[in-house]
Write a protein of this length. Sequence first.
Length: 96
Amino acid sequence: MAEPMAKAVATVRIDNERVRVTEWRFGPGAHTGHHRHEYPYVVVPLTTGPLAIRSATGETTSQLTSGAPYYRDAGVEHDVINPNPGEFVFVEIEIK
């Protein structure tokens, strides 16, 4: 039987009427769980390396670079997984 995956740890740093800023920490193999983004968002990686993305269209890997942000529109649905042997960290900024 497969070992259940650990959950990533989300710490909300700011949550007001305009933005929500969340720090995400992933241990090795940890994941967010499947979710849908209700707001557009920016991710700022604090770690360099790959993250696996599982969605309805399959699984892909994205290479992230510390300090290099990217933007996504609202409506994205996926599970984000850390395939690395060490911790992976990013900050997510949701624009309300």
